[in-house]
Ligand binder design. Sequence first.
Ligand SMILES: *Cc1c(COP(=O)(O)O)cnc(C)c1O
Length: 220
Amino acid sequence: MGLATTLETLRENIEKIQKNSPLAADQVRILGASKGQPPSLILEAIESGMTDFGENRVQEAEGKWEDIKNRFPNLWLHLIGPLQTNKVKQAVALFDVIQTIDRIKLADALADEMQKAGRQLPCFIQVNIGKEPQKAGVMPEDAATLIEHCTTQLRLNVVGLMCVPQHDQPPAPHFASLRDMAQRHALPELSMGMSDDFETAIRMGSTCIRLGRILFGERS
Ligand SMILES: *Cc1c(COP(=O)(O)O)cnc(C)c1O
């Protein structure tokens, strides 16, 4: 099946879920998680009407995306992987959305760089919703402080929350608790749901699903 067909089937599926789920958002953005995928596939996705893409690593993204972004200036490139403070300058120059703010030091560095670069990018706070020791994301109990710091102190454009729940647990309770947290802080966007759990995520109110394998096939 070609990418265009996959995308069409996916859109129909999403629409059906939206109709049948009272908590589903009116608009669900499909973000192509394109790490490890060649530019040829990304171009095919753009030709099929995709406008949002996510990359995990600044360096890989720079190599792949500078050229594509020059050719297609209206795309949204999201950073969905962990960001080191020494890569903040490159990240702010290349990406259009930062989804992975998870600590105060990083938020400070991003706010500083966005000011310098004159690019106030939409941001998500990444929450380690399953409290996994090895995983990126602010711990749920520290999230309120970080969100407050980003919005009140730094005046970052925080639009929502993002999470990557455990593989080995049912995702619904994690998605529900991310949604509750976003509501408490009046944040409209929820970036949650990947190839294996996007249907559940949409039922729980996701506004941005991040799809890799289901769109592009297995990564090389
Ligand atoms: C790779 C990745 C995805 C996509 O994962 P699939 O299971 O291939 O859909 C989504 N979000 C993040 C943060 C990722 O690293």
